[in-house]
Each structure stands twice: as structure tokens, then as C-alpha cells.
Write a protein that binds this ligand. Structure first.
Ligand SMILES: [Zn+2]
Ligand SMILES: [Zn+2]
Length: 278
């Protein structure tokens, strides 16, 4: 299995970092987790088009994680040679969000159907809302659903993908909690969105201080990884964006975890077969 950090950014705009999105690839499947700003461009950077996806899985409906789902839907639709279903999985609320997205695209969908003789209908979507404790399959892989604590954002989900002997947890946003610990236990890789609370605390903005209580700090992510005994901690969704050359500072803050720590620019990937980071 392979993890690629398609977007390592956050809501704070950064020219070099796309919004939250992570690709998990197995021998059977290409699964996209979240669809933040610029996701289709970064998929292209990973040599993938939306039509090559097994589906899209959403952790929660914060705008930074879903704002380019419309682009995935449209590009999947217009590049499909014939009617092709796009699978979208997410928490309760995903159906409403997808319906609203389609409503916002209604004019464009009409233009394209009018213009292309071989296009007779709009995007074909299959939406599945899932709950903690459930499992579902996507691209032939089994995915277990867990709850995360990202309150007041509810529901907020994490996912554990099991393929052969390997497992990856996509934790999304949130602070440590028992249900996350349970899901992450013994995983090969644990992907966690992180913030540097030491840096955020220095910024004189009340609104920015609000983000501290519902995101894992680097130290908290390292503690979760240590408790769970994972092989690799993959950090993403950096707040603030790391200055070039400052990655070792972030790694030092995660030193409670003694396994492999992965972080980097967009398109950084970890191959679980070799534990190589590229
Ligand atoms: Zn969030
Ligand atoms: Zn976020």
C-alpha cells in the first residue's frame, strides 16, 4: 500500500500547499480521502485522473476538506468515455452536501449536455453515509469507520484501510480520543492532521486561537502514534505551513514517537511495502 499526501495545506492559503487530500493506493484501488483546494491538480501530479479513482471518502464536511469535490465530480463526469459511477462515502450530511454541490453545477451540467451529443445525463454519483463502527468496501478493500473528536464538528470520522497484512489510518482532524486510539492500534501508518500550538499561540488572533482546541498538536499526534504502536506517523495539514528547512523542528516535537515520522511537501509519499519515503 502507498500513501501520497496530495495536499498538505490548511484553510490558510499557501501557493505551494494544496488543501487537505490524501491518496491511498493498493493493488486494486486508488482511494481519495478528502478533496481540498487544488485536489484535481495534485491528482494529476500523482499521475491520476478522477476517472481512475475507486471513490472519494470524506472525513468531515469542513470546507477545507471538501471545497474541490465539485471539481472531482465534474472532471470525473466529463472525462468518462461513457456513463460511469463515482462513489462518494462520508459522514451523515454527505448526501445533502453532494446534492447542494450538484445544484450549484446545474447550469454547467446543462451547457455540457446541450453541447455534446454523446452526453445525455449529468454526473452519476453513488453516495454512502457511514457511521462509527461500520465497515464498507471500496475498490475491493475493506475500510473500518471510527469516530474522531473534532467538536463542535460532528460527525467527524477516521478510516482504517486493511489490505493484506497492511493497514493505514486516515484520521482527519481532531484531538486524541479513545475511539481514535482504538482505530489506530497496531496500524502500519497513521495519517494525522497537525498544528504547531507553540507557534499558533504567538499569533494575536482570537479566531486562530480557536483552532487549538479541536486539532491535534504535533506532540499529541506523536503520543497517539506511540500509544498505538504504529510503524509510521504521517503528519499533514500543517498549521502554520513549515518554513523551508524547519521540518526537523516539527520532528523534534514528535520525538515521543520512536518510529518513522513522515512529513513534507505536497506529493510526498510513503510506500508501506518498503517504508521508503519519496
Ligand atoms: Zn476540520
Ligand atoms: Zn481541516
Amino acid at each position: 500500500m502507498k500513501i501520497t499526501l496530495l495536499g498538505t495545506g490548511s484553510p490558510l492559503p499557501n501557493p505551494d500547499r494544496s488543501g487537505p487530500a490524501t491518496l491511498v493506493q493498493t493493488t486494486h484501488a486508488n482511494i481519495l480521502f478528502d478533496a481540498g483546494r487544488g485536489v484535481v491538480m495534485r491528482l494529476a501530479g500523482a499521475q491520476l485522473l478522477p476517472i481512475m479513482l475507486s471513490g472519494v471518502v470524506l472525513t468531515h464536511l469542513h470546507s477545507d476538506h471538501v471545497c474541490d469535490l465539485n471539481d472531482v465530480i465534474t472532471t470525473h463526469w466529463v472525462m468518462s468515455p461513457g456513463p460511469t459511477m463515482l462513489r462518494i462515502v462520508g459522514p451523515v450530511g454527505t448526501m445533502d452536501f453532494v446534492e447542494a454541490t450538484l445544484a450549484s453545477l446545474r447550469v454547467d451540467i446543462g451547457y455540457r449536455i446541450d453541447h455534446h451529443a454523446d452526453l445525455n445525463e449529468g454526473p452519476l454519483l453513488e453516495v454512502l453515509e457511514v457511521h462509527p463502527g461500520e465497515t464498507f468496501t471500496i475498490g475491493g478493500e475493506t475500510v473500518l469507520v471510527g469516530a474522531t473528536d473534532h467538536r463542535p464538528v460532528e460527525p467527524s470520522l477516521a478510516y482504517r484501510i486493511e489490505s493484506g497484512e497492511q493497514s493505514i489510518v486516515i484520521a482527519g482532524d481532531g484531538v486524541p480520543c479513545a475511539s481514535l486510539d482504538e482505530l489506530v492500534k497496531g496500524a502500519g501508518a497513521y495519517v494525522q492532521t497537525v498544528i504547531r500550538d507553540d507557534l499558533v499561540k504567538q499569533v494575536p488572533s482570537a479566531r486562530l486561537q480557536d483552532i487549538l482546541d479541536y486539532h491535534s498538536s504535533v506532540e499529541q499526534a506523536a503520543d497517539t502514534a506511540r500509544r498505538a504502536g504504529v510503524q509510521a506517523l504521517v503528519m499533514t495539514h500543517y498549521v502554520p505551513a513549515p518554513n523551508p528547512g524547519s521540518e526537523d523542528e516539527w520532528r523534534a516535537l514528535a520525538s515521543a514517537f520512536e518510529g518513522l515520522i513522515v512529513m513534507g511537501s505536497d506529493l510526498t509519499s510513503l510506500d508501506l511495502d518498503t517504508m521508503n519515503v519519496t
